[in-house]
Design a protein around this ligand. Structure first.
Ligand code: IPM
Ligand code: MN
Length: 366
């Protein structure tokens, strides 16, 4: 029986539509080669253009519309002229929080052929998986703005760390570390944040007692930033808060080939709601519409979607195909030193999957 996955596609703003088109192309190629599954894509025209027309980033009932999907593919959100806190709270963060996508899973993996700005670092030394808390913490959106615009003005931005919220994301990371037999590093900042991060460290240590087989470390976020550059091989699985994870994964992107290769998955591991897959680079308005954006981050995010749908062999195969393109140096976009257009890069990747089909066939039934 051929399984059809219902995928909601939100191309969004800037380069989002251009890179998502290539991700869809690669997913279709995968389905065609496999034969055991297919995709039914439904596109939603939400984002800053929609906001200019309607005053909302997406309709009131957006979550209801998306709810029955098996997954969501998101391009990028944000455009000049629309304040970021409006566009992002109105779409990206509403989906992450509304669908309780509490794990943001971001590979920081240096593929052969990708440019690394660090001296004398080999691809094997940069191979981490970030498990970023994605539903609360510094992104809770809670706070107060008193006496705005007056000399008495006071602004409070609350960080919210619940026991359930910390435990569930840490448990996900512990399970991953156990399954992959890797070390787990927790990144926090208890020396300065004397409530939230003391609590974070405490919950991390408590849970660790259930995972005596997992080797753990704890680092302060400033030290973690330093070691990611000086000694990236220290890190395997990393679990951290929403804001620290945001910052460290941009640093991770920088050491693993740039934002053009940085993929991310917003997961609701219980599958009570759809999970969402998006490149982490954002809308890059200065590149939009020129056909030069790198689609590989979006394609890698689509590979994460295949992993989540249970087709890990295809997910890994797409990542290997990205690596082959990088190592051969063909069909790369300008950010990777090439001259290819976005669509040529996507075409080359799909062609590579097709040409490899005979060598090492994988079936979804395996
Ligand atoms: C990311 C982005 C978002 C975040 C922004 C756009 C709100 O930077 O996905 O990392 O901070 O989570
Ligand atoms: Mn970010």
């Amino acid at each position: 029986m051929r399984k059809t996955y219902r995928i909601a596609v939100i191309p969004g703003d800037g380069i989002g539509p251009e890179v998502i088109r290539e991700a869809v192309k690669v997913l279709n190629a995968t389905a065609e080669l496999d034969g055991g599954f297919a995709f039914a894509f439904t596109e939603y025209p939400w984002g800053c253009g929609y906001y200019r027309e309607t005053g909302e980033m997406m309709p009131e009932n957006a979550l209801e519309l998306l709810r029955g999907s098996d997954a969501i593919l998101l391009g990028a959100v944000g455009a000049p002229g629309v304040p970021d806190h409006i566009s992002l709270r109105g779409l990206l963060l509403r989906l992450r929080q509304g669908f309780d996508q509490y794990v943001n899973l971001r590979p920081v993996r240096l593929l052969r052929g990708a440019a690394c700005p660090l001296r004398d670092v080999s691809p094997e030394e940069v191979d981490m998986t970030f498990v970023r808390e994605n539903s609360e913490g510094e992104y809770s959106g809670q706070g107060a703005w008193l006496y705005p615009g007056t000399p008495r003005e006071v602004v409070i931005q609350d960080g919210v760390f619940s026991r359930r919220g910390c435990e569930r994301v840490m448990r996900y990371a512990y399970e991953l570390a156990r399954r992959e037999k890797k070390t787990l590093t927790s990144v926090s900042k208890a020396n300065a944040l004397n409530y939230s991060m003391v609590f974070w460290d405490q919950v991390f240590a408590e849970l660790g007692r259930e995972y005596p087989d997992v080797e753990t470390r704890s680092l302060l976020v400033d030290a973690a930033a330093m070691f990611m550059v000086k000694e990236p091989s220290r890190f395997q699985i990393v679990v951290t808060s929403n804001l620290f994870g945001d910052i460290l994964t941009d640093l991770g992107a920088a050491i693993a080939g740039g934002m053009g290769l940085a993929a991310g998955a917003n997961l609701n591991p219980e599958r009570a709601f759809p999970s969402m897959f998006e490149p982490i680079h954002g809308s890059a308005p200065e590149l939009a519409g020129r056909g030069v954006a790198n689609p590989l981050a979006a394609i890698w995010s689509a590979a994460q979607m295949l992993d989540f749908l249970g087709h890990e062999a295809w997910g890994e195969r797409i990542v290997r195909a990205i690596e082959t393109l990088l190592a051969k140096g063909t069909a790369l976009t300008p950010d990777q030193g090439g001259t290819a257009r976005t669509a040529e890069c996507g075409d080359a990747l799909a062609a590579l999957l097709r040409s490899r089909q005979g060598e090492n066939p994988i079936k979804s039934s395996e």
